[in-house]
Design a protein around this ligand. Structure first.
Ligand code: PGA
Ligand code: ZN
Length: 420
C-alpha cells in the first residue's frame, strides 16, 4: 500500500488574476501531484462555498489564505499516513472535518483541490492515466471516448463586457464526429467569426472564457454572426454543427420578470418560453442551459413540457452538482441534461455520485470547466473517465482553455492505440 506523506497548499493565480488554492500532495514513493481549484463568476446560490478572505488590503479581498490554512492545518494532518486509493473514505473524512452543509467552514476551494490531488495520486499509484482511474472510480461501463466539445465563442453576461444578456453562445459540432474533427470545426468557426467581426467593425476582444465580446443590439444577432462564421467556414448548421446557449438566467431575473435586450418589454416565464421556442426553431439550438432562475421550478417544468425533445434543457445553477438538487430536478421533470462541475459540490466522490444519478435517470451529461481556470487539465480526464456526452471548455483560445482541448487530443491518440 502507498501512503500520503505530505499535503501542503499555497496561493496561485487563476485565469482572471484572482488568487486560488493549489494543493501539493506527496507519496511515500517520492511522487508529488499538484491540483488547483477552479472558480466561477456566475456562481449558483446553492453551490458549496468557496472561501475567500475578504480583506480588501490583500488582492481586493480575493485572497484565499484561510482556505490554505484549512488544508495545511486541518486536512493535511488527517490525510498523512492514509492510502490515496481510498477516495471515497478520504472525501468523507474531509466532509466530516468541515461538518457544514455547504463546506463553508474549511472552504469548498480547499476541499476540492485536495480531493482532486487525492484522485491524481490514486491514478499515479495505480499506474493509470487519470481518465482511466476516474473510469474505475465511476464504474463507467462504456468504452472510453472523448466527449463532444461545446465551444463558447461569444461571451456575454458576467463573462463579457456587460453588453449581451445571455452568458454563453456556443458552437457544438455534430455528436457523431471524432474529437479531432469536432475540434477542427469549432476552431474554424471561431477563426472565421473573428473575420466576420472585423469586417463589420465589431470588437474582437475576448471575455473570461476566450469568446468574443462584440457590442450588439440583440442576443439573437450573436447567433446570426455565428451562422455567418459557420457558413464562411464551409459548414452547415443543423448538420455539421449546432448552437448551445447558457442563459445563466439568475442574472436576468428581477422580481418575477426577466430582462433581455431583445425586447423593450420584460419577459414573463411564458414569454421567455416563447422566446426560446423561436430561437430553437430558427437557429438549430441543441441545448439551453439555465433558461430560468435557480428556484423557478415551475417555469423549468413548463419549458421542458413545451419543448419535449426539441432541445436539451440543461441544469447548472439549478442543480449545482448536488445529489439532492439533481434528484429534485429529476422528480420535478425540470431537465433533460445537466452540467457537472466538481467544485460546485466540493469532492470528487460527490461529483461521481451525481454522474451516477444522472446516468440512471437517462440524463445527458455535460462536464464543465469554470470561467476562472488554471492550466491544469484534470477536468478533461474527468470528463472522459465518467463518460460525459459533452464537455464545456470555453473558446478554443486562451491558454487555460486550450490546455483542456489539447489534453483531449492526447487522450484520443492514447485511446486509438488501445483499440487499434
Ligand atoms: P462560471 O460560469 O464558471 O462563471 O460559473 C460557467 C457556467 O455558468 O456554466
Ligand atoms: Zn452555466
Amino acid at each position: 500500500m502507498s501512503t500520503i506523506t505530505q499535503v501542503a497548499a499555497h496561493q496561485i493565480l487563476d485565469s482572471r488574476g484572482s488568487p486560488t488554492v493549489e494543493v501539493h500532495l506527496a507519496l511515500d514513493n517520492g511522487m508529488v501531484v499538484t491540483a488547483p481549484a477552479p472558480s466561477g463568476a456566475s456562481i449558483g446560490k446553492h453551490e458549496a462555498e468557496e472561501k475567500r478572505d475578504h480583506q480588501m488590503a490583500s488582492y481586493m479581498g480575493l485572497s484565499v489564505q484561510q482556505a490554505i490554512a484549512s488544508v495545511n492545518q486541518i486536512l493535511a494532518p488527517a490525510l498523512v499516513g492514509k492510502d490515496p486509493l481510498a477516495q471515497g473514505e478520504l472525501d468523507q473524512l474531509m466532509i466530516g472535518l468541515d461538518a457544514t452543509p455547504n463546506k463553508s467552514k474549511l472552504g469548498a476551494n480547499a476541499i476540492i483541490a485536495t480531493s482532486i490531488a487525492i484522485a491524481k495520486a490514486g491514478a499515479t499509484v495505480s499506474n493509470l492515466p487519470i481518465y482511466q482511474y476516474i473510469a474505475k472510480l465511476s464504474n463507467n461501463p462504456k468504452p472510453l471516448l472523448c466527449p463532444t466539445p461545446m465551444f463558447n465563442i461569444i461571451n456575454g453576461g458576467l463573462h463579457g463586457t456587460g453588453n449581451l444578456d445571455i452568458q454563453e453562445f456556443m458552437i457544438v459540432p455534430a455528436h457523431r464526429l471524432a474529437y479531432s474533427q469536432a475540434l477542427e470545426i469549432g476552431d474554424e468557426v471561431y477563426l472565421n467569426l473573428k473575420e466576420v467581426l472585423v469586417k463589420k467593425a465589431l470588437l474582437t476582444s475576448v471575455g473570461d472564457e476566450g469568446g468574443f465580446t462584440p457590442t450588439l443590439f440583440t442576443n439573437a444577432s450573436a447567433l446570426d454572426l455565428i451562422f455567418e462564421a459557420a457558413k464562411a467556414a464551409g459548414y452547415n448548421m443543423g448538420q455539421d454543427a449546432f448552437i448551445a446557449l447558457d442563459v445563466a438566467a439568475d442574472q436576468l431575473k428581477h422580481g418575477d420578470k426577466y430582462f433581455l435586450k431583445d425586447s423593450s418589454e420584460t419577459y414573463s416565464a411564458q414569454a421567455l418560453i416563447n422566446f426560446y421556442q423561436n430561437l430553437i426553431a430558427k437557429y438549430q439550438v441543441l441545448s439551453i442551459e439555465d433558461p430560468f432562475a435557480e428556484d423557478d421550478w415551475a417555469a423549468w417544468h413548463e419549458l421542458k413540457a413545451t419543448i419535449g425533445s426539441g432541445a436539451l434543457i440543461v441544469g447548472d445553477d439549478l442543480t449545482v452538482t448536488n445529489p439532492q438538487r439533481v434528484q429534485q430536478a429529476i422528480a420535478e421533470d425540470a431537465i433533460s441534461a445537466l452540467i457537472v462541475k466538481p467544485n460546485q459540490i466540493g469532492t470528487i466522490s460527490e461529483a461521481l455520485q451525481v454522474v451516477d444519478i444522472a446516468r440512471q435517470a437517462g440524463l445527458t451529461i455535460i462536464v464543465s470547466h469554470r470561467s476562472g481556470e488554471t492550466e491544469d487539465t484534470f477536468i478533461a480526464d474527468f470528463a472522459v473517465g465518467v463518460g460525459a456526452d459533452y464537455f464545456k471548455g470555453g473558446a478554443p483560445a486562451r491558454g487555460e482553455r486550450v490546455a483542456k482541448y489539447n489534453r483531449f487530443i492526447e487522450i484520443e491518440a492514447q485511446l486509438a492505440t488501445k483499440t487499434a
